[in-house]
Design a protein around this ligand. Structure first.
Ligand code: KOT
Length: 833
């Protein structure tokens, strides 16, 4: 019996007093890890602490789930094949507002909070920008109290760990689950099944209605694993629900019954393979059948889950689109358009037109790239064999769509072939972007420039058809992880001047502008930067054994390795500087430390060679006695979220040097700038808007613009002309070609040099001169530390626009039409004295 007036005692699972926290950690160590402190490992203590924190968010989490299910509120479903969330522990401490208390409890228990936080293995369930964006959006959805579920795949092995051996990238399997994951809760009771293969057949039901039945070749079970996503200082804790595949018992039994033991085990292995591993390609599709299986698997699981939840409180699916706003994170989940149609028509027996009306009002699609090699298309053969019924549904969507096209553009077969979902120009393919466009009420790019290019180029004909569908939502990043968590010193300094309102409303950083003129503040600003630079210098010493000068200019480029991102242009600058220093030992430039980080797709030859190029140039430069610490080149292995948190705060200069028109947005550019780095960049992606916001005098701009790139290519770009007309450039390329950076072997980097001289698809040689000149301006500017600090402060003060809270607000207002819901805390567990 619960008494009328229960005397509250501190519950071990919810209490926040120091004594209670200490007891709870020991309890979890004993009862969950089965260890005494004397024999516990660091990981045991980490897990004990993580469970202690999880206990403290469960009430909010369950209340959020209950509210979202019971109340008549529209929910956002973010469908994404990747969620690169990063470590949870510290982020949860910050969002729950208990970081200080927990630190004290941990310290008083004789433990080191920093070490425990660092013991967490990050879930690498994404490749780069696209997956990390999904994670920032989940943080903002919760912080803005928007009801939301992030649906994705629980890969057993995430993005590979990168080691550097002899200067080359080596890939190591990411066994992120091996020591346990305290943040997830499996919900096997909410499992669903997904069909694959087989064939379809027509049938007539008892009411003489015509239907189609999918007789699958095999059926796979999807089991959801839930991870809480806390909001910053609100009660909302949304759910990230990731699916794991497993064999269906019924299928095992069939095989066992006929004595086919190995066949049954085979089925099991095949089913479990679906969610085994993340495809490690960023913006490069491989076209493997297993990838399509992954996509359909998680999409079908997620839609069935939404329908199940919907039917808990609604008599039917007529109002599905009023309750669910489903966002397609690129085309990876685009098969959802056809799958929801299939579920509505085949399973829930909706008439086609009525079903299509629901579907069209449910989905919206975000495009993240214009690169042709990243546009997903599936050979009809593969698609039809794997998903025969889904392909039929796509054909029917396409047939009806093309009828509409014929009305809008009569007698224009050109339009039919450019707009059709099916590419029939050679081998036949399903174009996933077309399916996404047709099934969505809104289509957005991720920065102003990119959204314009989407309309002008790859989706131009769709734009002519439906201009009102197209819009822009400029990307953003969460200031909780990327400022408060990763740069506590700078954050505290900012808060000491303008209060802490900026953490929730980043536009408040504007109030910092006036401190740019305050000399004492500038000094404090530099000290905050210097502290993290020293910290990074120590880390570099420890990781790669190279001593760097913490006073030098930290020039950083961290991101996936890709030719269009032009890490090798950065290297051309390094070699230029090196040559200048060698020929003029008194060259008056500030010392620089170049820091690189990033993974290459395992099958991407040029990207892997660029890593070797960076490390080889580093070997020469770093060991040249004439150069000393005036120039260092560091490649830090295994760039990931955790390392990003270390490196963004320590940067002086942020390299955002992609060929104009190629980087859809970029989000690292925002993280650097928020932490006081100045940007050297092209007019590409969100750089354009960053420069607009921070002011052109606080941004180092170089390079061709997008229209200039297009014109140059149209006119027939001849890179050798630049080689012959710029002596400095010729000197650099000749030096590489001579084998100077490869122990005399001219072959090692021939592919890079030849690519630049004879093809240069990303126009490095065309932008070289402008880049070098701009870098000279950077060096000059860095000499005036007072002015540099002013620019740095103004950069941070003007970054308000790039909070993911603003992006999510844009999505809510312009695309999803969703409202926030505040979560009331109700006790589930009440204790009597
Ligand atoms: C495409 C195919 C497979 C895996 C990843 C992609 C991908 C990644 N497409 N775009 N991106 C990046 O998305 C980020 C978030 O919007 C952008 O900031 C970045 O410019 C894209 O390259």
């Amino acid at each position: 019996m619960v008494s009328q007036n229960p005397i509250k005692i501190e519950d071990d699972r919810t209490g926040l007093e120091i004594q209670t926290l200490r007891r709870a950690i020991l309890d979890n160590l004993f009862y969950i890890q089965g260890k005494f402190p004397e024999i516990a490992t660091k990981n045991d203590f980490y897990l004990a602490l993580a469970y202690t924190i999880r206990d403290r968010l469960l009430q909010r989490w369950l209340n959020t789930m209950q509210t979202e299910i019971k109340n008549d509120v529209k929910k956002v479903c973010y469908l994404s094949a990747e969620f690169l969330v990063g470590p949870h522990l510290e982020n949860n401490l910050i969002n729950l507002g208990i970081a200080e208390k927990v630190k004290q409890a941990v310290t008083e228990s004789g433990l080191n909070i920093k070490e425990l936080i660092e013991a967490e293995e990050e879930p690498g369930l994404g490749n780069g920008g696209l997956g990390r964006l999904a994670a920032c959006y989940m943080d903002s959805l919760s912080s803005l109290e928007v009801p939301a579920i992030g649906y994705g795949i629980r890969y057993e092995f995430g993005i590979f760990d990168q080691e550097i051996k002899d200067g080359w990238q080596v890939e190591i399997t990411d066994k992120w689950l091996q020591y346990g994951n305290p943040w997830e809760i499996a919900r096997p009771e909410a499992s669903v099944t997904v069909n694959f293969g087989g064939y379809t057949e027509p049938y007539t039901d008892g009411h003489n209605q015509f239907h189609v039945r999918w007789v699958p070749g095999y059926v796979v079970k999807g089991i959801p694993y839930d991870t809480p996503i806390t909001g910053y200082k609100v009660n909302t804790v949304n759910t990230m629900r990731l699916w794991r595949s497993e064999a269906c018992e019924s299928f095992d039994f069939q095989r066992f019954n006929v004595g086919d033991y190995y066949g049954a085990v085979d089925d099991k292995v095949n089913s479990e393979n679906i969610t085994k591993v993340l495809y490690p390609n960023d913006e490069q599709i491989e076209g493997k059948e297993l990838r399509l299986r992954q996509q359909y698997f998680f999409v079908s699981c997620s839609l069935q889950d939404m329908i199940r939840i919907h039917l808990l409180n609604n008599p039917n699916l007529d109002n599905f689109h009023e309750q669910w706003a489903v966002q397609l994170n690129d085309t990876h989940p685009a098969v959802a358009v056809a799958e929801l149609m299939r579920l509505l028509v085949d399973i829930y027996e909706y008439e086609w037109g009525k079903a299509w009306n629901i579907v069209e009002k449910t989905f919206a699609y975000t495009n993240h790239t214009l690169l042709p090699e990243a546009l997903e298309k599936w050979p009809i053969e593969i698609f039809g064999n794997l998903l025969p019924r889904v392909l039929e549904v796509i054909y029917e969507i396409n047939r009806r769509f093309l009828d509409q096209v014929r009305i809008k553009f009569p007698n224009d077969d050109g339009k039919i072939s450019t707009l059709s979902i099916i590419d029939e120009s050679g081998e036949r393919y399903v174009r996933m972007a077309h399916l996404a466009c047709i099934g969505s009420h809104h289509i957005n790019g991720v920065a102003e420039l990119h959204s314009q290019l989407v309309k002008d180029t790859i989706l131009h004909d769709f734009y002519l058809l439906w201009p009102q569908k197209f819009t822009n939502v400029t990307n953003g990043v969460t200031p909780r992880r990327w400022m408060v968590q990763s740069n506590p010193r700078l954050s505290k300094l900012i808060t000491s001047k303008i209060g802490d309102g900026w953490i929730k409303n980043l536009q408040e950083l504007k109030q910092l502008e006036r401190y740019a003129e305050d000399q004492t503040f500038r000094q404090q600003w530099r000290e905050a930067k210097q502290f993290v630079k020293q910290d990074l210098a120590n880390y570099i010493q420890e990781k790669v054994g190279i001593t760097v000068n913490p006073e030098s200019l930290f020039d950083v480029q961290v991101k996936r390795i890709h030719e269009y991102k032009r890490q090798h242009l950065n290297v051309l600058h390094i070699i230029t500087l090196y040559k200048q220093m060698k020929s003029n030992p008194n060259l008056d430039v500030p010392p620089r430390t170049f820091i690189f980080g990033g993974k290459a797709a395992p099958g991407y030859f040029m990207a892997k060679r660029i890593i070797k190029f960076i490390t080889a140039v580093g070997d020469v430069v770093n060991n040249d006695g004439d150069i000393g610490d005036r120039l260092k080149v560091i490649f830090l292995p295994d760039y990931n979220v955790t390392f990003g948190q270390r490196v963004y705060p320590a940067a002086d200069l942020s390299e955002q040097i992609s060929t104009a028109g190629k980087e859809a947005s970029g989000t690292g550019n925002m993280k650097f700038s928020m932490n006081g780095a100045l940007t050297i960049g092209t007019l590409d992606g969100a750089n354009v808007e960053i420069r607009q916001e921070v002011g052109e005098e606080n941004f180092f701009l170089f390079g061709l613009t997008t229209p200039e790139v297009l014109t140059l290519k149209d006119q027939g770009y001849v890179p050798r002309r630049y080689y012959h007309s710029i002596p400095e450039l010729k000197g650099v390329l000749d030096l590489i070609a001579s084998g100077f950076f490869s122990h005399g072997d001219p072959e090692l980097f021939r592919s890079i040099v030849d690519n630049l001289l004879y093809d240069d698809p990303y126009l490095l040689l065309a932008d070289y001169k402008s880049y070098i000149e701009c870098q000279e301006k950077v060096s000059q500017a860095y000499k005036d530390q007072e002015n540099w600090s002013k620019m740095s402060i103004l950069n941070v003060a003007r970054m308000g626009k790039f909070s993911s809270d603003r992006s999510i607000q844009d999505y809510c207002n312009n695309i999803w039409n969703t409202q926030p819901v505040s979560i009331e805390l109700k006790d589930y567990v009440q204790k009597e004295a």
